[in-house]
Design a protein around this ligand. Structure first.
Ligand code: HEM
Length: 133
């Protein structure tokens, strides 16, 4: 097979598959729980992060081009609608993005992939804003 005939690897493959997605999501919520800089983001969540932790892992698996674990279980994510009960403004958006950037850095996501994902996450997180300011 010629190189140009091969499919480009998915972000899911580039990041290192299932175990790595789990590691990234675990780091993300641990940082959210313990880093004072993410307090506004933490406050937007309920007392437990367990459900968010599981669901972001299931969601990212498919979003990165791996098995569509979230849609298999819950159907279309309807992310904006599902976030409407939570007050999300610029501060929460920016803390989400910073927390995810730190989690990617600390779990050694390759730099080029990290930068591409940061741009994609920005679009999704910005679309989730439902409060002015
Ligand atoms: C912009 C800032 C964001 C805030 C403040 C936020 C906050 C939250 C909260 C409070 C929940 C509910 C957790 C629970 O069920 O206990 C949630 C759920 C979820 N979030 Fe976010 N989120 C943000 C951005 C994002 C982004 C960018 C993504 C995806 C890349 C995402 C993916 C999800 C998913 C998949 C769920 C589970 C939805 C469900 O099935 O109920 N969130 N988020």
């Amino acid at each position: 097979m010629q190189p140009e005939e091969r499919d480009a690897p998915t972000p899911y493959e580039l990041i290192g598959g299932d175990a790595k997605v789990r590691e990234l999501v675990d780091r993300f919520y641990d940082l959210m729980d313990f880093e004072p800089g993410y307090a506004a983001l933490r406050r937007a969540h309920g007392s437990s992060l367990d459900s968010a932790r599981d669901k972001l892992y299931l969601f990212l698996s498919g979003w990165l081009g791996g098995p569509p674990l979230y849609t298999d279980r819950f159907g279309h994510p309807m992310l904006r609608a599902r976030h409407l009960p939570f007050a999300i403004g610029t501060e929460e958006r920016d803390q989400w993005l910073a927390c995810m950037a730190q989690a990617m850095e600390e779990t050694d996501v390759p730099q080029e992939l990290k930068q591409a994902l940061e741009r994609a996450f920005f679009k999704t997180a910005d679309w989730m804003r439902n409060q002015a300011g």
